[in-house]
Design a protein around this ligand. Structure first.
Ligand code: TMP
Length: 201
């Protein structure tokens, strides 16, 4: 496996999606193939699961399992083949989201998530994860202007505070993998930080 697997994470409204395509262009400019994708989603089946996950009321267990079902499809059909041919895969969310949202946000025990993680991608972790960190109340203000809220975006501030803390616990567990970005910084500062960080991936 010669490629690089890079993930972008953060609570809804932190602004990660604004930067992903730009980041991909910077890497492409170095002559590398870049595949931009997202979770849940990235394959026809996983996109259908995404539709259910974002709209359909369901148990927290079903939600967690469907996230990993979509992930397994995504890994087999898109992520692994791309990495195998040497591409860089830039993914909007991955398993850190499950620890943060289903784990810290909804209360699924961490060891359950770890078990599913081992089953689904025990041998593959992102080489680099950019965490867009923003206080939950500021993220809620940013979301207020956006499109109609889905099943996650409609959660209250306390939920997103737990999710944010969940992300911080992920950083503490694997500090070498993360670059934490203060999402209150001006966009140009964030771009510079991303640009400067590419060489160390
Ligand atoms: P997005 O709006 O950033 O594309 O993500 C869709 C939603 O799915 C977002 O609110 C976070 C949520 N999500 C989880 O709860 N667990 C996961 O494992 C993933 C990948 C996303």
């Amino acid at each position: 496996m010669n490629g690089r697997f890079i993930t972008f994470e953060g609570i809804d409204g932190a602004g990660k999606s604004t930067h992903i395509e730009w980041f991909a262009q910077q890497v492409r400019a170095r002559g590398v193939e870049v595949v931009v994708t997202r979770e849940p989603g990235g394959t026809p089946l996983a996109e259908r699961l995404r539709g259910l996950l974002l709209t359909e009321p369901m148990s927290v267990e079903a939600e967690t399992l469907l996230m990993f079902a979509a992930r397994r499809e995504h890994l087999l059909a898109l992520i692994r083949p791309a990495l195998a041919r040497g591409a860089w895969v830039v993914c909007d969310r991955f398993t850190d989201s499950t620890y943060a949202y289903q784990g810290s946000g909804r209360g699924v025990p961490t060891d359950r998530i770890a078990e599913l993680e081992r089953w689904v991608h025990g041998d593959l972790q992102p080489h680099r994860t950019y965490l867009f960190d923003l206080p939950a109340d500021l993220a809620a203000q940013r979301r207020a202007d956006a499109r109609a809220a889905d099943r996650f975006e409609g959660e209250d501030i306390a939920f997103f505070e737990r999710v944010r803390n969940g992300y911080r616990a992920r950083v503490d567990a694997s500090p070498g993998r993360f670059v934490v970005i203060d999402a209150r910084e001006p966009i140009d500062n964030i771009k510079k930080l991303l640009q400067d960080s590419i060489l160390s991936i």
